[in-house]
Design a protein around this ligand. Sequence first.
Ligand code: NDP
Length: 237
Amino acid sequence: MDKVCAIFGGSRGLGRAVAQLMAQKGYRLAIIARNLEVAKAAAGDLGGGHLAFSCDVTKEQDVQNTFEEMEKNLGPVSFLVNAAGINRDSLLVRTKTEDMLSQLHTNLLGPMLTCKAAMKTMIQQQRGSIVNIGSIVGLKGNAGQSAYSASKGGLVGFSRALAKEVARKKIKVNVVAPGFIHTDMTKDLKEENLKKTIPLGRFGEPIEVAHAVVFLLESPYVTGHVLVVDGGLQLTM
Ligand code: NDP
């Protein structure tokens, strides 16, 4: 049977690196993002057999339709990676409610909706492995990122609860919590200052996170785990 994996946020950054690694390992991939052209280009770069879909993870109907389309074209989705995410950094007193909501909706509600949509097939098949991308700030908190930290902390609670709910159906749910990684999301940060706080002395590369994601996706006896990939940053936070 084909190993089919849906990667939300697979068009850029961490999700794209996961897609590149999984394509090399023989998975058939659905690359999903709002911008279909960018998702198509990312899927095309992986070689044949992979498909791109446009979907906004904050919209339940959109997510359900995407799962129907994916399963029609690729077959049952047994692997799911939630790498779609946004940040709107600012101190709480300056954060607009709409920015709080957009982060909670994309980073927390989005994975809840994709996991829910994935359950039907995974439960039927008694088989499934999910990795949600959290963040070290969801565990430690960070000034200027209260809403983002809340969304990522919530994602840990959600993932651990779901792991308990579906373990008997042989479905695993894990979290990877990265530190600072070179992607579009971090391109405007002051790396020279920030890297002094990282024990390994540098930002990470997307492929370094991708290896952790694939490790958890493929680990048959690990569920409800949070794997930190941060160059030791948590030791200093
Ligand atoms: P990027 O900004 O590079 O990529 C984000 C991806 O998410 C894109 O594919 C984007 O495509 C997609 N996306 C954003 N919003 C939506 C939406 N509403 N619906 C569907 N897709 C969406 O981010 P990163 O790769 O850096 O981040 C990936 C994940 O890792 C995020 O959850 C982020 O919070 C987390 N993370 C990143 C860290 C870092 O240092 N880079 C550190 C810790 C965690 P499009 O815009 O076309 O929709």
